[in-house]
Design a protein around this ligand. Structure first.
Ligand code: HEM
Length: 504
């Protein structure tokens, strides 16, 4: 019996290797070289299921190839390891396209009808959608209003955190607080004060839904918990969208206009809008969490940042109230900006994905065959010593504060917002929000994990986000800094004064 089982196992392993070998014989010699998995046919799939996109950091370390191939059954994932190829890939967006994933997401993520799915198969419609979002998020009066609403709500949440009895230490869960602050402030900015997340159970349902989006992708939410949470969020959007409030941002009005003009059925508008939270909240929250973590866990740097913000951007006194000047924060606080961008460089794990629609040759030599996928992981580029020097693997809070350090860094080497010419159109909005929150916390509060030890929690690698969340929350002691007690105001700046982001 044991012999038979051993023979069967040996036979299976032999068969797997044989099929893997046979498939690789069908490769065109101009395709990027294959990277063999430890377990033939499914090894890379298991790696991706277990490690998410961080798997590409492992595979990319084991080859010098600029582009390589991971075989999974008869599919191929081409992986770009190179910032040099990035602009060439981005320019080939007609054949290396993100659009098929937008179409699939109408069903897997939003739960919309077949009709909407077909509408999202129209490339021109998707271009109009993207154009409408880009123009409505561009610096100017509309973004000024969006920023104003966002800033007002940030102040309310920071006041709520700090206006407790001064003798008591407040305890908060940092991730929970960062998520709440971002959902509330971003929603006020984007949807107006009567946004869909005013009720805390809708906010909670949103994060439950996010835990299930990986399972929704493969239709495996067997308990239906994620779908129920999604329904709660969609319901709140249905109520909200019965009549868009006057203070909804142009962004929302434009998104809805394009959907209606394209013929998206009315019952699908709320589900489509509710899925926009992935863009608006899900990346900003963990980025804020880690930026707070990286700053407050370095007392010397925190001291310098406090001095920088105090000298450059804060006026007033305890008696007359303090004011944070957002224009100064954006333009004259290089160390704070550097800590934020270094957090992004070290923590960003996103791998942009493209479907190869037609056979495409990149850089005159790499053939990518239609029907396969291309991934553009940022982490191997963010940790490259060729680009960032010998300290590439170390968190250097000063890295972006001195342009000498980053003189050789082009837009396609710093990728948290995507790669030019396709960058997140809300990067100024999200960066302004994060900088305001960190600056106010730095000036007004002391934060420390309970027990005083800054031990980084493990990461939830399965999350489909650009910056990973911790697997467990971290409880923090929050104390008000006595000398900065008092009323605080924001002097909001015009959005045309832009933060000098390394991405452009
Ligand atoms: C730290 C927070 C954020 C990060 C790291 C981030 C990152 C990204 C990235 C990598 C892309 C893909 C770019 C591409 O390849 O085309 C993107 C697209 C997009 N993001 Fe963000 N984003 C953030 C916050 C936001 C917020 C707050 C909003 C809305 C208020 C937003 C709206 C969008 C939109 C509309 C697109 C799609 C643009 C298009 O269709 O061309 N993002 N974002």
């Amino acid at each position: 019996m044991i012999h038979e089982a051993t023979y069967a196992l040996a036979g299976l392993i032999f068969a797997l290797y044989a099929v893997d070998f046979a498939l690789s014989c069908l490769d065109d010699s101009r395709e990027p070289p294959r990277l063999r998995p430890k377990i033939p046919l499914i090894g890379h799939l298991l790696g991706l299921i277990t490690n998410g996109t961080t798997y590409y950091s492992v595979t990319s370390k084991s080859t010098d190839a600029e582009l390589y191939t991971l075989g999974i059954f008869n599919y191929k994932i081409y992986v770009s390891n190179s910032n040099r190829l990035m602009p060439l890939i981005q320019k080939a967006s007609k054949s290396l396209s993100f659009k098929p994933f937008m179409q699939t997401a109408t069903k897997t993520h939003s739960g919309a009808s077949d009709e909407t799915y077909h509408i999202f198969g129209n490339s021109d419609m998707l271009d109009s959608y993207s154009h409408a979002m880009k123009t409505s998020l561009a610096p100017g009066p509309h973004l000024d209003e969006q920023n104003l609403r966002m800033g007002k709500r940030v102040m309310a949440d920071i006041d709520a955190l700090l206006n407790h009895s001064q003798s008591e230490t407040q305890r908060v869960k940092l991730l929970e607080w960062a998520r709440h602050a971002i959902v509330q402030a971003s929603s006020c900015g984007v949807y107006g004060e009567h946004h869909p997340f005013v009720r805390s159970e809708v906010e909670r349902a949103y994060w439950t839904w996010q835990d299930y989006i990986g399972l929704h992708l493969v239709g495996l939410d067997v308990t239906g918990t994620g779908y129920a949470a999604r329904e709660k969020v969609v319901d709140a959007y249905r109520q909200y969208m019965k009549r868009l409030p006057g203070d909804a941002a142009l962004l929302v009005k434009e998104r809805v206009r394009v959907l209606r003009e394209a013929g998206v059925p009315e019952q699908d508008i709320a589900p489509m809008e509710s899925s926009f939270g992935v863009a608006v909240f899900s990346n900003t929250s963990p980025t804020l969490f880690w930026a707070i973590w990286e700053l407050f866990s370095r007392p010397d740097v925190l001291h310098e940042v406090r001095e920088e913000v105090r000298l450059q951007a804060v006026t007033g006194s305890a008696k007359e109230g303090f004011e944070l000047d957002v224009a100064a924060l954006k333009l004259r606080c290089p160390l704070l900006l550097s800590v934020f961008q270094e957090t992004q460089r070290m923590r960003h794990v996103h791998a942009n994905i493209r479907k190869v629609l037609y056979d495409t040759v990149i850089d005159g030599k790499f053939l990518l065959k239609a029907g396969n996928f291309l991934q553009l992981p940022a982490a191997p580029i963010h940790s490259s010593e060729h680009i960032w020097g010998a300290s590439a693997s170390v968190f250097d809070p000063y890295r972006f504060a001195d342009t000498k350090n980053t003189a050789s860094v082009t837009g396609s080497a710093f990728l948290p917002w995507g790669a030019p010419p396709h960058l997140c159109p809300a990067r100024q909005f999200a960066s302004t929000e994060i900088l305001i929150i960190i600056a106010l916390l730095a000036m007004r509060a002391d934060l420390q994990p309970i027990g005083g030890i800054w031990k980084s929690p493990p990461l939830k690698t399965a999350d489909m986000v650009t910056v990973l969340n911790p697997t467990r929350d971290v409880e923090m002691d929050v104390n008000v800094r006595k000398q900065w007690e008092g009323e605080w105001r924001l002097r909001m700046s015009e959005s045309t004064s832009r933060i000098s982001l390394a991405s452009g």
